[in-house]
Design a protein around this ligand. Structure first.
Ligand SMILES: [Zn+2]
Length: 190
């Protein structure tokens, strides 16, 4: 009997204890949920800032031949997508002296500053440096039996022209670029 009574008391105290246990479990669960939520928001904000950086800097532009053909003039298409060359002294930026930025005609990536443009006498717009090596890519070109360095837009792979090492100081480089591969943006803050 004594044993049974003892068991009974134990059961009662257990019954009282159960709601407390239940409540504490609930509290713990809620806490972990809020922590998960906080973690979720931090990772979300991290990924958005990464995406923003991506679009600002060098988001790659990939389009089909058909899409480029629809977006560009026949001349722009032939030069930028088919590695063509415009005739000398014929391009609109050969004898052009306005201040601003020359962008890629295909994707608006910034390529050259007017400050680095010089008159090379070759008949093509010439620059002694690009805006950055990240924006303008150099590739060895062995076509037509010559070893030349082709320059392309790093964002959309448009053919821009070639770079030679007979340019003026300080770089000694001459970026020989097709006008049709460029789009001029006048500087507005002046
Ligand atoms: Zn481009």
């Amino acid at each position: 009997m004594i044993l049974l009574l003892g068991l009974n008391r134990l059961m009662k105290s257990c019954l009282l204890f159960i709601p407390f246990l239940f409540l504490s479990i609930l509290l713990v669960c809620n806490k972990s949920k809020t922590i998960e939520k906080q973690r979720g928001t931090t990772t979300e904000s991290n990924s958005t800032s990464f995406d923003q950086k991506g679009t600002n800097m060098s988001e790659k532009i990939i389009k089909s031949e058909g899409e480029w053909q629809r977006l560009l003039t026949p001349e722009q298409y032939k030069i930028t997508r088919k590695k063509g060359t415009e005739p000398p002294f014929a391009g609109k930026y050969n004898n052009f002296k306005e201040k601003g930025i020359f962008q890629c005609a295909c994707c608006s990536n910034e390529l050259f500053r007017s400050e680095s443009k010089f008159d090379s006498g070759t008949g093509w717009p010439s620059f002694w440096e690009s805006i950055s090596e990240q924006n303008v890519k150099s590739i060895v070109d062995t076509s037509y039996g010559m070893i030349r360095t082709e320059v392309t837009c790093s964002r959309c792979d448009a053919h821009l022209g070639h770079v030679f090492d007979d340019g003026p100081p300080p770089s000694g480089l001459r970026y020989c670029i097709n006008s049709a591969a460029l789009k001029f943006m006048k500087r507005t803050e002046e």
